[in-house]
Design a protein around this ligand. Structure first.
Ligand SMILES: Nc1ncnc2c1ncn2[C@@H]1O[C@H](COP(=O)(O)OP(=O)(O)O)[C@@H](O)[C@H]1O
Ligand SMILES: [Mg+2]
Length: 377
């Protein structure tokens, strides 16, 4: 469905990837992974036509609809939630809006003729006349009650704008779907909803994510950006992880073996090349050494993350106590009488919907902001 031919991208002297020849098929869902800065976003932008390749080209099967998740959350501020989703199909949106405008005007033959043309467009884009029902449903699924669908995007928080943009890209059911880190702004429930939607996506999909659970849930294939290459694995993220760890270990063993052999040959040669009785053997070892190809050891762009905390002193059992914390912003109560204790060795996940007060609670615990009442010690 989508094919790359000898694709290369570089910025100045820096090559991100080269000689990329991939065939992305219908019915497969690809997870695009790799270190930060490896070139994932750039590759996706080239696939969707947003950015030019340095060499080579991308071919999309003709007649296939491509959907890309909009990165600009503020692009639709003056549009209603409903219209923002409908804009996912621009041709249908334009036809519907022109129709509405013409109905307001006094009827002429010309207008009648134009209305006929618009009707055909609407029928081509939405043969079952269901756009209204579908958009209402998808917005409701995302937690927006019908009464809010005509409100403006400018009234929404960042996280909620992002949900509407997701609806915009998913509603027209594109044949090819490109998503760059779609779970970053989402709460757990919406991630679950998105996983389910994507599992039912029929076409081709490429998604960038650092969320291992999400990748396992939705992807059938992995595209790994590393060593200036993009390699395809069939399987989930966990399958890829096991396979790539094995391959890396095998390569490491091969290289170590060869290095050891090299060292022994060199020792022998150094010891006996001046020795007349062993000169012949030394020469033959030299030939062996010349043939030995340790291979250029490729450098991965991956860095194992490590966080090192240095303790000034041994900690006690109770590290942090939060007692009866309350906090409100502009009269709106966010935290109400929260108490908790953090003990040595605790590893705590703070969960909850967007805007519920998770960050506020953390900031209070770190004493970056003051609660209205209660104490932290
Ligand atoms: N327009 C640009 N001009 C110069 N360098 C860029 C440009 N866009 C991206 N880069 C560089 O290309 C590299 C890959 O970026 P990106 O594709 O965003 O990586 P990823 O999405 O894998 O984190 C980065 O080092 C980035 O700084
Ligand atoms: Mg990126």
């Amino acid at each position: 469905m989508v094919q790359t031919v000898n694709l290369k991208k570089s910025f100045g002297a820096r090559v991100l990837f080269q000689e990329i020849n991939l065939k992305l098929d219908a019915g497969k869902r690809y997870g695009l992974i790799g270190a930060n800065g490896a070139g994932k976003t750039t590759f996706l932008k080239i696939l969707s036509g947003e950015e030019e390749a340095t060499e080579g080209e991308v071919q999309v099967q003709s007649g296939k609809k491509v959907g890309t998740l909009s990165q600009n959350q503020f692009a639709y501020e003056t549009y209603s939630l409903f219209d923002t989703v409908l804009l996912g199909n621009k041709r249908l949106y334009d036809a519907i809006k022109e129709k509405e405008k013409l109905y307001m005007e006094e009827y002429t033959d010309e207008i009648g003729e134009r209305l006929g043309e618009l009707e055909i467009i609407c029928c081509e884009e939405d043969p079952t006349y269901e756009y209204d029902v579908k958009i209402t449903k998808i917005l409701e699924d995302l937690g927006f009650p019908a009464a809010e669908h005509q409100e403006l995007m400018s009234t929404l928080t960042g996280g909620n704008k992002f949900k509407v943009l997701l609806a915009q890209v998913l509603y027209p059911k594109p044949d090819v779907l490109f998503l760059d880190e779609p779970t970053n702004n989402l709460d757990i429930e919406t991630i679950g909803w998105l996983e389910n939607q994507l599992q039912h996506h029929d076409g081709t999909m490429v998604v960038i994510s650092h969320d291992r659970h999400f990748l396992n849930a939705v992807c059938t294939h992995i595209l790994d950006v590393d060593y200036k290459q993009i390699r395809e694995f069939s399987g989930t993220y966990d399958d890829w992880y096991i396979a790539s760890t094995l391959i890396a270990k095998q390569q490491q063993t091969d290289v170590s073996k060869k290095l050891k052999e090299k060292e022994e040959l060199e020792k022998f040669i150094a010891r006996f090349s001046a020795n007349a009785s062993k000169a012949k053997q030394a020469t033959s070892r030299q030939k062996q050494l010349d043939k030995l190809d340790v291979g250029a050891i490729q450098v991965s762009s991956r860095r194992d993350p490590s966080i090192i905390f240095r303790q000034k002193r041994e900690v006690g059992k109770e590290l942090l106590t939060v007692r009866n914390i309350s906090k409100s912003y502009d009269g709106e109560q966010v935290l109400n009488d929260i108490s908790l204790t953090v003990e040595k060795g605790d590893k705590i996940a703070l969960i909850g919907p967007n805007g519920i007060g998770k960050t506020t609670l953390c900031e209070i615990m770190m004493e970056n902001i003051k609660p209205d009442s209660g104490e932290v010690f």
